[in-house]
Write a protein that binds this ligand. Structure first.
Ligand SMILES: C[S@@+](CC[C@H](N)C(=O)[O-])C[C@H]1O[C@@H](n2cnc3c(N)ncnc32)[C@H](O)[C@@H]1O
Length: 265
């Protein structure tokens, strides 16, 4: 399966709805607010939301640029665009486009600001993707990218060997599961300057479906159970182990989001 087909399979209607639910949990809402503090978006700007997903970031951008600004949002997955369009139907300054980050339907140098949260780790040809990003940005424009290194995940369990095996399986859901390690150099290579990195940790100290880790557990389980040599029993045992940690030494989940900001000279 190509990377693009794998992405489309993960974000079919059920996958898109599952992600929307996770992104409504209080810890992800708080994370979005923290990310926006690093984005220098102002009224009247032309903004770009790359891989907009269910449209939470598109709506926030639309509110920030106001009536005199404009937001274009792209995503490759039609079910995501449907959720986003519904969420943002009142925002007249916002347009959605089904498009790949490798071929964005915009002229050169049109955007003042761009945001891509949890998107580029799904894209195999990153050099081409960042060249395309640089193409559509104005001189002086800010870009903000958020990506995860799944090796930064600390998740308490009884059976560490099984946990490592599940996370190894999960790392196959994207072509770049450790993208943050190389992102500074990749952005510089595409011509971006003043690259800065911040981390935003997501921490859960109790198990609940209404948290990032509680929601992600189902996402990870359904992906890993479909891999050759895994199967549903191993994944069910892993879920039972992790979700009952409160009864053992305590539930603990932590994952770093890495936030990169850079400018087009
Ligand atoms: C994990 S979701 C994040 C959604 C959104 N950025 C957010 O943070 O709420 C990743 C999104 O990137 C989109 N995506 C992945 N590869 C893409 C590509 N090559 N071009 C455009 N969108 C892509 C997916 O369809 C999905 O909606």
């Amino acid at each position: 399966m190509s990377d693009k087909d794998s992405t489309l399979a993960q974000f079919d209607q059920a996958g898109a709805q599952r992600l929307e639910k996770i992104y409504l949990t209080p810890d992800v809402v708080q994370q979005r607010e923290q990310i926006f503090q690093l984005l220098h978006v102002k009224p009247g700007m032309q903004a770009l939301d790359i891989g907009c997903g269910p449209g939470f970031t598109s709506l926030a951008l639309a509110l920030a640029v106001g009536d005199k600004g404009r937001v274009d949002a792209i995503d490759i997955a039609p079910p995501m665009l449907q959720l986003a369009a519904r969420r943002c139907e009142d925002a007249k300054q916002l347009s959605f486009h089904q498009a790949d980050v490798l071929h964005m339907p915009f002229a050169d140098g049109v955007f003042d600001i761009a945001l891509a949260t949890q998107v580029y780790e799904y894209v195999a040809d990153l050099d081409a993707a960042f060249t395309e990003l640089a193409r559509v940005m104005k001189s002086g424009a800010q870009v903000l990218l958020v990506d995860t290194d799944w090796e930064s995940c600390v998740w308490a369990c009884r059976d560490e060997t099984r946990m490592r095996r599940v996370m190894q399986g999960w790392s196959q859901h994207i072509p770049h599961p450790q993208l943050p390690r190389s992102l500074v150099q990749r952005l510089q290579r595409a011509g971006f300057a003043e690259v800065q990195v911040n981390t935003i940790p997501l921490i859960n100290l109790r198990f609940s479906p209404d948290t990032f880790s509680g929601g992600m557990m189902g996402f990870i389980a359904s992906f890993v159970a479909g891999l050759p040599d895994y199967g549903t029993q191993l994944v069910a045992d892993w879920q039972a182990d992790v979700s009952s940690m409160e009864e053992a030494s305590g539930y603990f989940f932590s994952l770093n989001r890495y936030v990169f900001t850079a400018y087009k000279p």
